[in-house]
Design a protein around this ligand. Sequence first.
Ligand SMILES: Nc1nc2c(c(=O)[nH]1)N[C@H]1C(S)=C(S)[C@@H](COP(=O)(O)O)O[C@H]1N2
Ligand SMILES: [Mo]
Length: 160
Amino acid sequence: MSKWNLKVFGLVAEEKVLSYKEVMQLPRRTFNNDIHCVTTWSKLDNEWEGIAVQEVLQGIEIKPEAKYVMLHAEHGWTTNLPIADFMRETSFFGLKHNGALLTPEHGYPLRMVVPHLYFWKSAKWLRGIEFMASDKPGFWERNGYSMYGDPWKEERYDFD
Ligand SMILES: Nc1nc2c(c(=O)[nH]1)N[C@H]1C(S)=C(S)[C@@H](COP(=O)(O)O)O[C@H]1N2
Ligand SMILES: [Mo]
């Protein structure tokens, strides 16, 4: 894992790159949630081990004009969400799911988990967090998915 790191950039006073070791040394806790996918399935009663968003942002000064976040995953995959949703108490960086390390398929070593939005906002293989002043579409959002993705309002696609 010597090449993996997590970069915090965009509208911050100073860019920060956390190494794998630094991320793994951050305090962790358990998160329990239900997840909703856009294709109508849900994963109920998940138990995760993860890192609170605030732990990763410790010591990082976010500029007041930052209102949105772009999550950057391996190979250029991205997804956008408002900063308030990213920083919600229930959002976190997941390392283990139901007792086991994330498998490569599910985002090893670290994935975002934003349980109150559709699961496509939960970037797997996370590598970067970019703070932005205005909203920009990520990968699926450019291809018609909702900019926000509220499962309770069934905000799936922005075609109409
Ligand atoms: N990096 C990355 N993250 C991603 C995706 C992706 O294609 N690439 N797909 C999203 C979508 S559409 C869903 S439904 C969930 C699926 O997560 P799972 O494979 O753990 O079920 O991951 C989300 N995160
Ligand atoms: Mo999905």
